[in-house]
Design a protein around this ligand. Structure first.
Ligand code: PLP
Length: 425
């Protein structure tokens, strides 16, 4: 045996092609328009509110906050989450049996898959999807089964709502097999910005109850919704019995680097998620769990949740004014902080010099590269969140993250005006 063979990476990490974040970062570094206005990755361009920052600083002064937390999370944070979500669930949540704290939502979801997925079990996800789901499902040997969200048919010619991205329920039902163990929902949705309606959730819930499928509901953007927001776990006791709801302090409190998340669910599911989490990383960052607890405890007194919605919706609307000027249609988000813009009308010169690793990718990768080079604004090509078979659905769109300071959004708008000369009417 070739001794070097032992140094080869496992298939689960040996990617064939460059990931979108590397491509966009490289394009940004190569652009003549420095510094780039970066509306690519969904991290915040500003700090959490001062009461939460203060809590983080104070936590570092406490001896017990610098040591291991209990594997299921600090009692103060579990209680704060239970108190915050009890009114939304309409019943008292038990902090000790129905909540477990994780290292961000992402590790929480990995723990859920590790807890329930055996080799060849199937997990249904909607396309486009948050890219981490795929590897997290594949690590324990699961098979991903894709169901597309269908974009509005007139999305290339007029402004639409993210709510017009629809599920074909016949397709969803056809995707269910005896091996289907879980389905992953994401509402509000990244990258579409869709908030699943109560009717849609009722139908999904009904299918899951009928087929005994665990629902992993990724609700990390749960505090940013601009239309009524329903949590699938609250629809009925039958649905709740199957549902693990995922949350993120990073998204809730503008602190994606803190890596604090949690799952809420019935004790017989939560105990196994917690068991997997114990084996993956034992426990999560202590001082920032304490700060997140204070965030929940003091959010209402600081009117934080309402302010968060108002401010983010303000950013969405202020940024989206540019599209009327450019005559480019966008999909208005119902939640979260991503805007999808349809770039079908943007004509990229036929002889434009794309690097090799972009040349062979779908049109949105070329659009993203072109925008970075020509106008100096970075946005994410959403086909990264599709399988190759369905990439054509997303290839005319680009995703802009608006969770940035207002002056950054204003600068982005100014630069985007340079796109005018490439737009065909
Ligand atoms: C839909 C979705 N789920 C989960 C996450 C990850 O959350 P966390 O940073 O808490 O791991 C993200 C982050 O972008 C996301 O967009």
């Amino acid at each position: 045996m070739d001794p070097r063979a032992k140094l080869q990476p496992a298939a689960r990490v040996a990617h064939r092609r460059q990931d979108v974040w590397t491509i966009v970062n490289e394009a940004a570094a190569a652009s003549p328009k420095q510094p780039i206005v970066n509306m690519g990755q969904g991290f915040f361009g500003y700090n959490p509110p001062q009461f939460i920052i203060n809590a983080a600083k104070e936590a570092l002064d406490k001896v017990e906050c610098n040591q291991y937390s209990p594997t299921r999370g600090r009692p103060r944070l579990k209680k704060a989450i239970a108190d915050a979500y009890t009114p939304l669930w309409g019943r008292q949540l038990n902090p000790d049996t129905e909540i477990t704290v994780t290292t961000g939502a992402n590790e929480g979801m990995l723990s859920a898959f590790m807890a329930f997925i055996e080799k060849d079990d199937e997990v249904i996800i909607f396309e486009p999807f948050f890219d981490q789901y795929i590897s997290n499902i594949e690590m324990p040997g699961g098979k991903v089964v894709y169901v597309p969200l269908h974009p509005p048919p007139n999305g290339a010619t007029q402004n639409t709502s993210a709510g017009e991205w629809t599920i074909d329920f016949a397709e969803l039902e056809a995707a269910i097999s005896p091996k289907t163990k879980m389905i992953v929902l994401n509402t509000p949705h990244n990258p579409v910005g869709k908030v699943f309606s109560k009717e849609e959730l009722l139908k999904i819930g009904e299918l899951c109850v009928k087929n005994n499928i665990i629902i992993l509901s990724d609700e990390v953007y749960d505090r940013l919704y601009y239309v009524p927001f329903t949590r699938i776990a609250t629809l009925s006791p039958e649905v709740e019995r199957l549902t693990l709801t995922v949350g993120s302090a990073g998204k809730n409190f503008y602190a994606t680097g803190w890596r604090v998340g949690w799952l809420i669910g019935p004790p017989n599911l939560i105990q196994y998620v917690a068991a997997a989490h114990t084996r993956i990383c034992y426990s999560s960052v202590s001082p920032l769990q304490e700060a997140a607890a204070v965030g929940f405890e003091q959010a209402d007194a600081n009117n934080f949740w309402e302010t968060a919605i108002q401010e983010m919706k303000g950013k969405v609307d202020m940024f989206n004014e540019i599209w009327a000027e450019l005559d480019l249609p966008f999909s208005d988000p119902e939640g979260g902080y991503f805007v999808l813009v349809n770039m079908k009308k943007v004509k990229v010169p036929a002889d434009y010099p794309f690097p090799d690793h972009v040349k062979d990718r779908p049109r949105d990768f070329k659009l993203s590269w072109f925008l970075i080079q020509e106008v100096g604004v970075a946005a994410i090509p959403p086909t990264e969140f599709y399988t190759d078979a369905n990439a054509h659905i997303g290839e005319d769109w680009l995703r802009f993250a608006v969770c940035k300071e207002d002056d950054v959004l204003v600068r982005a708008k100014e630069r985007l005006r340079d796109l005018k000369k490439y737009i065909e009417h």
